[in-house]
Design a protein around this ligand. Sequence first.
Ligand SMILES: Cc1cc2nc3c(=O)[nH]c(=O)nc-3n(C[C@H](O)[C@H](O)[C@H](O)COP(=O)(O)OP(=O)(O)OC[C@H]3O[C@@H](n4cnc5c(N)ncnc54)[C@H](O)[C@@H]3O)c2cc1C
Length: 391
Amino acid sequence: MSKRLFDNTKLAFELKSNNSLRKSLFLFNIIKYPLIVKLSSFLMRLFLKLKLPVTPIIKSLLFDQFCVGLNEKESMMTVKKLSKFNLKSILHYHVEGYESEKSFDDCLANTIKTIKSAAKTNNVPFTVFKPTGLGSLKLFHKIAQGSILNENEKSQLERIEKRFDSCFQICQKYCVKILIDSEESWIQPGVDLLVEKYMIKYNKDEALIYNTAQMYLKNKIKYLDHLLRLSKKKSFVPGVKIVRGAYMEKERLRAKKLGYEDPICKNKTETDDNFNNALRFLVKNLKSFNFMVGSHNEKSSYLLMELMKRNKIKTSNKHIWFAQLYGMSDQISFNIASLGYNVCKLLPYGPVEEVIPYLIRRAEENSSVRGQSSRELDLIKKEFNRRRINS
Ligand SMILES: Cc1cc2nc3c(=O)[nH]c(=O)nc-3n(C[C@H](O)[C@H](O)[C@H](O)COP(=O)(O)OP(=O)(O)OC[C@H]3O[C@@H](n4cnc5c(N)ncnc54)[C@H](O)[C@@H]3O)c2cc1C
């Protein structure tokens, strides 16, 4: 395959009008400056706390770039448009950071609603939830530490298990797969324990549930190996979504503050090696695993395509998925999908105020990742040039 595959901007931006490209150009030009992003993140949080009417500005600038709507009905319009390019969608009703039992129940109800909407079309094979949307972060932390739970915590855990289980039952009934987003490293072992329990129950002939592994963590290849051994012992198909990881600064800060070893790889090269080794591991063990690669990294995307070719794996193999976030790296999604690979766009939706933390993460990611926003900018400029020449 050509190493210039991702330079095809005509296909990558076919869904974008000149106006919406201009808006993206403006946004990526601003968020390439980390200082501006830091300041605007602070201001966004402050203005919302003070209940100042900033929602329309956030909606027009950030939300429309990275989210697909306020509800599933709006999101379905994007699903339909993407499907014309052989792109599937992952619908995500996005909430995070809730701490009350009522909000967990509301999140479950919304997740179930999303699963049912997904079931109405062949274009949404996956939905997703964040574990701390369905249960208390503090409790996951306690479980991760192996602490003994008091009576109140035991009943909280029972309620979380009920929410997880009813969500997976609905997924099974409607044949919609589900991704479990990963959390910070001090919470994640608590999530892993629970997700493994349900993978054993539901992932029989293929994976219905996909756990997430953040490959910026030094110990994650070991985790994949643990899943492989567990799956052989308990006869199930582990589903895994691998990503590099989105909470690096928070992780490093906490490790330093509490004086334990930094769990994150020493530098970007080590994270890249870890990520690419995970790809090799998963392709080698494809008989055991179903997996999704959530990444905007072009080299890793090429590597997976090469590995599939070298191992004579069909592009359409239903157990391998590429995925990118809505509003980012369309040059990867659209071009790979055109070659017949399975590709998903992750489409977050929800009320603007609820998705603010997600929007801030996307803005920070695009300013802190060297090359990410400049790559987006280069591609948008290239497409403008192409359109000008052809007009
Ligand atoms: C479909 C999808 C689902 C996702 N789900 C999750 C999720 O559940 N949980 C989650 O945490 N993230 C998730 N992410 C975000 C993901 O973890 C990354 O933050 C993001 O994709 C950027 O990484 P990249 O692979 O695209 O590549 P790149 O842009 O090449 O890599 C950037 C990443 O490299 C790592 N990195 C950067 N600098 C250093 C350094 N100095 N030392 C060590 N490592 C470094 C960081 O992880 C950084 O995010 C998801 C992404 C996608 C596309």
